[in-house]
Design a protein around this ligand. Sequence first.
Ligand code: GTP
Ligand code: MG
Length: 224
Amino acid sequence: MSLDAADTAAASHSGSAATSSRSESVASSEPSRPSQPPLQKKLVVVGDPNVGKTTLLTVFKSGVFPTVYEPTVFENSVKDIIVDSKPVELLLWDTAGQEGMDRVRVMSYNKADAVLLCFAFDSTISFENIQHKWIKEVLKHCRDSKIILVGLKTDLRGEGASPSKADVRTFGVSVAEQLAIKLELDGYIECSAKANQGVTEVFTQAVRATLAIDVGGKKKCSIM
Ligand SMILES: Nc1nc2c(ncn2[C@@H]2O[C@H](COP(=O)(O)OP(=O)(O)OP(=O)(O)O)[C@@H](O)[C@H]2O)c(=O)[nH]1
Ligand SMILES: [Mg+2]
């Protein structure tokens, strides 16, 4: 897909598949009954290329670990979950970590309830880029969204690690938690999509953070 085509497609996706499925159910001949509008939350997943964003989403949605790596341009999907007894329709926006995809990616931030800021335990650079690149971009476009730091590929923690203290493979939970505190994020959580450990909890934590916004009445982000 060309960048221009991707721009157009991303813009036209901002209504999401969930909107059209809702229109269909409204048009059905069920007798009308007062019902609460379903809680809908938009989650955007960002981070360096190859950290495992798409795999995280795939394992969350299907439980299956994909075997082929395909760099993402953008991808939207919907998944229903229950959080603290509340049904929530999650709009999942996967983004491209690749260089040169910034124009496409920034369109994904529009009206995000939460952003998952991802690094991986096999890439020290991906951890460094949380501070050097990703937090700046997210705060620029998405000031009022909840932001969760997510450590991916915990199954690779320690594997082939050098004794250097700067190697992310040597980092325990507290190092990433410290970064989350320093950047004033809304939490830190880690998981392994490969081992299917902690995957659902990532999304549960993100939704919980957004439910706290509902109580406080904070705005969602928007692209100017
Ligand atoms: N060991 C291990 N490998 C993983 C895990 N999650 C993803 N991978 C691998 O990491 C590679 C990149 O995964 P993707 O999910 O495509 O990465 P991405 O962040 O979406 O990459 P871009 O779309 O290019 O931004 C693939 O080869 C995956 O199999 C994990 O939990 N553990
Ligand atoms: Mg991807």
